[in-house]
Design a protein around this ligand. Structure first.
Ligand code: GDP
Length: 210
């Protein structure tokens, strides 16, 4: 892919920074941050790895790093944040409550957070976790970009139908601040559109024009 902007280079040099179990353990709230969220198995690790050409998300799944927020440094001012993706049935209730409380606080209070990327399996969109994330993100006045992952598992027509259906449902219930696209990690489908959103939120666009 021939991207003129520096987002590709920055993503390729992403490095694990720290894990935070609570909002007060986050790095200084300065610069620009983009957070990734998705119910477990939605394809978040695969998407993060494809976007960064690294093994970031496996890092997030290693013991001791399965905390609330995993921060990855792109440069001195910019970070990607991996949020916990949990299947409701699998996570003990006290941990779920802890995550909900702190996630909501993070989304509601983090000045440097410029947008949230929400990942949904195109075959199982709009789970309870997804509507909760939509509610919190939109209530915080934060832009959201949805990746409908595993698009390669459906025919082109079926994937497109799901995209249109989910898009219309979201517009009706959550308004215009949410954008959505199809994505496939193995096919590298939708990469350019996803990078464009990241570059925009991380304020890398001006440099892209140079
Ligand atoms: P996470 O729990 O959200 O981090 O999900 P993973 O990235 O670990 O993916 C869960 C499963 O879905 C794994 O078996 C992946 O190989 C598979 N997967 C993830 N993204 C894609 C995709 O775009 N296409 C296909 N065919 N499989 C995918």
């Amino acid at each position: 892919m021939q991207l003129k902007n520096p987002i590709l280079g920055l993503c390729q040099q992403a490095k694990f920074m720290l894990s935070a179990a609570k909002v007060d353990q986050c790095p200084d709230d300065a610069g620009f941050e983009v957070a990734f969220a998705g119910r477990s198995n939605a394809g978040k690790s695969s998407a993060l790895n494809t976007l960064t050409h690294a093994n970031l998300a496996r890092t997030s799944k290693t013991p001791g790093r399965t905390q609330l927020l995993n921060f990855f440094l792109l440069d001195d001012d910019r970070r990607l944040v991996d949020l916990p993706g949990y299947g409701y049935a699998k996570v003990p209730i006290p941990l779920k409550q802890h995550w909900q409380r702190h996630l909501e606080a993070y989304l509601g209070s983090r000045e440097s957070l410029k947008g949230v990327v929400l990942l949904m399996d195109v075959r199982h969109p709009m789970t309870e976790f997804d509507t909760m994330m939509l509610d919190w993100t939109v209530a915080s006045g934060m832009p959201m970009h949805i990746l409908l992952t595993k698009a390669d598992k459906l025919t082109h027509g079926a994937a497109k139908n799901t995209l249109l259906k989910v898009q219309s449902q979201i517009r009706k219930s959550w308004g215009e601040g949410v954008t959505i696209q199809l994505f496939s990690a193995p096919k590298r489908q939708g990469l350019e559109e996803a990078y464009r959103t990241l570059a925009n939120w991380l304020e890398l666009e001006d440099k892209a024009q140079q």
